[in-house]
Ligand binder design. Structure first.
Ligand code: HEM
Length: 137
């Protein structure tokens, strides 16, 4: 049932606020890379990353702040880098895309978010994940 009090995610910074602002998004990114280190199906994607995942988590967190309608923290620090360009050197097939999504799903499950926002977020984040696939197998 739709709830009148549920904010229309995606409008302004409603998604950013629903995610717990910068602190909440940072926690998500931390849990995402934690999941990548533990999920068996994500080992290939983990190997694409540098050994120290701290900067990767920082970049993902700051990028997601703007993606969710919050401040453009990634751009302020590293400039505007379109995702397809920052991923074009990586071999991303359906299984890498799905493993990345599995890590994101595991991370989202750990957050203290509204269920409606969890569902919304996972549906939204699948869009760039789908676009970043750059090979068929
Ligand atoms: C589809 C599967 C994906 C794979 C396999 C993947 C993999 C990677 C890898 C290996 C890096 C390099 C990390 C580093 O050098 O520190 C990276 C960077 C990054 N990824 Fe992804 N990624 C995927 C999807 C996404 C999605 C959907 C988003 C955001 C919505 C995203 C956002 C980023 C950002 C912001 C960076 C940092 C770019 C930079 O500053 O160099 N990625 N990704």
């Amino acid at each position: 049932m739709s709830d009148q009090n549920t904010p229309p995610y995606g409008k302004g910074d409603t998604s950013y606020i629903a995610a717990g602002s910068e602190e909440g998004v940072r926690q998500l990114a931390k849990d995402f890379y934690q999941a990548m280190q533990t999920l068996q199906q994500a080992q290939k994607v983990l190997e694409m990353h540098p050994e120290d995942l701290e900067l990767s988590a920082e970049k993902l967190a700051l990028f997601l702040c703007a993606y969710l309608g919050g401040p453009k923290l990634y751009e302020e620090r590293w400039g505007n880098l379109p995702l397809p360009i920052s991923h074009k050197h990586l071999a991303i097939g359906p299984s890498e895309r799905d493993a990345w999504m599995d890590c994101m799903r595991a991370a989202v499950e750990k957050q203290d978010w509204e269920t409606s926002f969890k569902d919304y977020f996972l549906a939204q984040i699948y869009k760039p994940a789908r676009i970043l696939r750059n090979r068929d197998t």
